[in-house]
Write a protein that binds this ligand. Structure first.
Ligand code: NAP
Length: 312
């Protein structure tokens, strides 16, 4: 019998193939009775393969007494109970770097989309409205000031893309970074007051839950834009929706939402938003690279080598 792995969510086909070839895989999401599957295999499972959206909660981790490693597909690991993994001495790995460029691309596309009203212009053409009049003017992206919430790998890749557009970068986070020339804020309301664009690129989880709150949104003001490619949990979503409805901010470009795949009804009717279905890393190339990293981390661990991208 090979090494037994519990998998919580589907992965790209090429990755599934190798996983099936190299391990004895139990597919939790397909089990007609999750409890029954766990009852049968939990005592033998040494690896858990999950994703940054499905994660692994305390009850799942504690149900697997032989668990050695959680190899997660995605860089964000907020739905994995890291404290529990630490207590149990379980290694957790994620897939950083390989997705950075794609997510930063989507951030810039959402920004341009909402500022230049690209989805609305597309509808305007499709619906034959162009023949009846001109599309309204929009806001120029160049010359604006962008405040990045979380200047990590993705935040810095966004900054590198935004600068050639003539955007000035500032940032907020837990620490000042000596390696970058941008102005640092240790107060999010203060930064929101000073910028035109609030670009959210920090991790999700309890430490950042709701940090973009009503006060931050108010400080951003009626000419301000929010772009969120991080996690829906970082923003007080009802406060943001209210501000968008009441035009207390100019617009929002959103790839992530508080309760995916459910999106607040009001957002669907607004013309000052650009919406995407959490597709930051969703390209063939990047999803394959993420899957390969999931496999490499598992293979390294079970070969007695250090894993490549360890979270804890
Ligand atoms: P990263 O390199 O770890 O960067 C995270 C940054 O956030 C770091 O600079 C960190 O500061 C900062 N940070 C930590 N706590 C913060 C707080 N309380 N307030 C403000 N900033 C804080 O991670 P990454 O690879 O750039 O990924 C960032 C996040 O993007 C992920 O966690 C994930 O949730 C999200 N993401 C979304 C998609 C998508 O499809 N939309 C895809 C991939 C990732 P320090 O540097 O000082 O520690």
């Amino acid at each position: 019998m090979g090494i037994e792995i519990l998998q919580t969510t589907p992965l790209p086909p090429a990755v599934e193939e190798i996983l099936q070839r190299d391990y004895q895989v139990h597919r939790l999401w397909q089990a007609p009775d999750r409890g029954a599957l766990l009852g049968e295999v939990a005592g033998r499972v040494r690896g858990l393969v999950t994703s940054g959206s499905v994660g692994a909660d305390r009850s799942l981790i504690e149900a697997l007494p032989k668990l050695e490693i959680i190899s997660s597909f995605g860089v964000g690991y907020d739905p994995i109970d890291i404290d529990c993994a630490k207590e149990r001495g379980v290694i957790v790995t994620n897939t950083p770097d390989v997705l950075t460029d794609d997510v930063a691309d989507i951030a810039m596309v959402l920004l341009l989309s909402v500022m230049r009203r690209i989805p609305q212009g597309d509808q305007f053409v499709r619906q034959g409205l162009w023949a009846r009049g001109k599309f309204p003017l929009t806001d120029k992206m160049g010359g604006k000031v962008m405040g990045i919430v979380g200047l990590g790998r993705i935040g810095q890749a966004i900054a590198r893309r935004a600068e050639p557009f003539g955007i000035e970068i500032r940032y907020f986070g837990p620490r000042r970074k000596d390696s970058v020339p941008y102005r640092y804020y240790d107060n999010l309301v203060a930064m929101a007051k000073d910028v035109d664009i609030l670009m959210i690129a920090c991790p999700g989880g309890k430490e950042t839950a709701g940090i973009v709150n009503a006060a931050v949104i108010e400080a951003l003001g009626p000419k301000g834009y929010i772009v969120n490619i991080a996690r829906g949990s970082v923003v007080d979503e009802p406060a943001m929706v209210k501000a968008l409805v009441e035009k207390k901010i100019a617009g929002a470009g959103l790839d992530v939402f508080a309760n995916e795949p459910h999106v607040p009804q009001e957002l669907l009717t607004l013309d000052n938003v650009a919406l995407a279905p959490h597709v930051g890393s969703a390209t063939h190339e990047t999803r394959r690279a993420m899957g390969e990293l999931v496999l490499k981390n598992l293979a390294a661990h079970f070969a007695g080598q250090p894993v490549l991208t360890r979270v804890v």
